[in-house]
Ligand binder design. Structure first.
Ligand SMILES: *[C@@H]1O[C@H](CO)[C@@H](O)[C@H](O)[C@H]1NC(C)=O
Ligand SMILES: *[C@@H]1O[C@H](CO)[C@@H](O)[C@H](O)[C@H]1NC(C)=O
Ligand SMILES: *[C@@H]1O[C@H](CO)[C@@H](O)[C@H](O)[C@H]1NC(C)=O
Ligand SMILES: *[C@@H]1O[C@H](CO)[C@@H](O)[C@H](O)[C@H]1NC(C)=O
Ligand SMILES: *[C@@H]1O[C@H](CO)[C@@H](O)[C@H](O)[C@H]1NC(C)=O
Ligand SMILES: *[C@@H]1O[C@H](CO)[C@@H](O)[C@H](O)[C@H]1NC(C)=O
Ligand SMILES: *[C@@H]1O[C@H](CO)[C@@H](O)[C@H](O)[C@H]1NC(C)=O
Ligand SMILES: *[C@@H]1O[C@H](CO)[C@@H](O)[C@H](O)[C@H]1NC(C)=O
Length: 347
């Protein structure tokens, strides 16, 4: 999920890792989100693994203090985009941080900042575990503590990188450390990304920026963020509407509060438009898996909704490449070199 807005105070923390990480931890797809199992204090939580946000946040009412929990004075307010399976729901959360033991993948960090949501909208699973790059050191973005960053700071993840290898069948894994060559096939694409806040691709000119491609035709230059915690492909309202219309889809638009979203519907009997991305100078197009392309269909099976969402909360040229695109790929996130690499998984 992309955190659209944050307002908060500031934090720093100390943490210590108990033991080194195993290389692979399973994830499973549940209603558009990839979940992993985390222990916080004396409780277990199934959290959305989210490369689009930073902190660990537990859904309202679930967190209970344990023998190891300590209060802090840190609090914040966050708004997320795309907190529901169809990508539409925004979520506003008021959070008070505690410090507690957090265990993931068999490794424990002590006195880790955990966001206890005290009032907020529904979130997928029991909450969110952020795996974005470190939050910017400014008031709009800080808060919480990054688990991956902490593993690396403690020297338990060298080199500082992890992969998400997710299949087309709802099972996948997070793999710590270097890319596992045994799982992949074909050429690897390496992209430079920003150092903070999100896995956003860096371009130095318009010509070298990523291209949105529809049915083999370049549609527009974009600046994408890779975010597996977003359930679909999300772009600016007008660009998405124009793109859906260009392939003959009907637009369904809805406005709630101050957010307008648009989806495209089409006759399921026609071939679906294929949406993908290319990264110059390569002209290879990396498409969303066809099945993941469909958000839903009517009960009679006749009208399909494409899994591409336009929203007024995103401005051109920015796009989010969400989890549908990850399916069938190994996506490697490198915090030492600020790169994101991807390659096909072996079938
Ligand atoms: C948490 O999960 C672990 C591993 O599955 C299990 O051993 C433990 O009993 C669980 N704890 C609670 C409080 O459910
Ligand atoms: C966590 O938030 C709940 C409200 O959801 C509140 O009742 C509880 O006291 C908080 N716990 C701590 C340790 O802050
Ligand atoms: C919270 O703030 C109060 C007032 O400034 C201070 O006395 C207290 O020690 C702080 N608590 C923590 C856990 O930092
Ligand atoms: C899902 O796909 C992966 C490969 O992508 C395979 O290893 C695994 O066995 C499959 N699982 C199921 C339940 O089909
Ligand atoms: C990066 O690409 C976008 C989209 O083409 C463009 O609007 C932007 O100006 C480019 N950035 C730079 C620094 O050239
Ligand atoms: C698209 O809109 C037209 C005109 O309103 C309508 O006749 C058609 O059934 C719609 N098709 C789909 C798939 O929504
Ligand atoms: C498909 O999803 C869209 C967006 O949530 C919704 O407006 C529409 O009613 C859904 N259609 C079906 C058949 O579930
Ligand atoms: C990261 O950069 C270092 C230094 O330039 C280089 O040795 C290393 O191979 C790079 N790692 C990856 C995964 O590209």
């Amino acid at each position: 999920m992309k955190s659209a807005f944050r307002a908060a105070a500031f934090l720093l923390s100390s943490a210590a890792l108990g033991y080194a990480l195993p290389s692979t931890v399973p994830l499973r797809l549940h209603e558009g989100f990839w979940r992993g199992e985390f222990a916080i204090g004396a409780q277990n939580f199934s959290l959305t693994v989210d490369t689009g946000s930073f902190a660990i946040l537990v859904k309202q009412g679930l967190y209970q203090p344990s023998a190891t929990s300590k209060p802090t004075n840190l609090s914040e307010f966050i708004q997320f985009n795309g907190a529901s399976a169809d990508g539409i729901a925004p979520a506003a959360e008021t959070i008070f941080f505690v410090r507690d033991d957090v265990e993931f993948a068999g490794a424990t960090v002590h006195d880790f900042l955990v966001g206890n949501i005290t009032q907020g909208d529904d979130l997928p699973g029991d909450g969110v575990a952020g795996f974005s790059p470190p939050a910017s050191d400014n008031e709009d973005f800080s808060q919480g503590q990054g688990l991956i960053e902490t593993f690396c700071q403690e020297g338990d993840l060298t080199p500082c990188e992890f992969g998400l290898a997710v299949g087309k069948n709802g099972t996948g894994s997070i793999i710590f450390g270097e890319l596992d060559q045994d799982m992949i096939t074909g050429p690897i694409t390496v992209l430079q990304t920003t150092t903070h806040d999100s896995w956003e691709v860096v371009n130095s000119t318009e010509a070298d920026s990523a291209i949105l491609v529809v049915d083999g035709q370049p549609f527009s230059h974009i600046v994408p963020t890779f975010d597996n915690g977003t359930p679909n492909i999300i772009g600016p309202l007008d660009t998405v509407k124009a793109m859906l219309q260009s392939v003959g889809y009907n637009i369904t638009e809805q406005t709630n509060d101050f957010v307008t979203v648009a989806l495209g519907t089409y006759d399921c009997a026609r071939p679906a438009a294929r949406v993908g991305f290319s990264f110059p100078p390569s002209t290879d197009v990396h498409y969303v898996n066809l099945e993941a392309n469909v958000l839903n269909r009517t009960a009679d099976g006749r009208v399909c909704t494409a899994n591409i969402l336009g929203t007024s909360t995103v401005d051109a040229p920015f796009w989010s490449i969400g989890q549908t695109w990850f399916q069938g790929r190994y996506v490697q996130h490198n915090l030492d070199n600020n790169t994101l690499s991807f390659v096909d998984l072996k079938a």
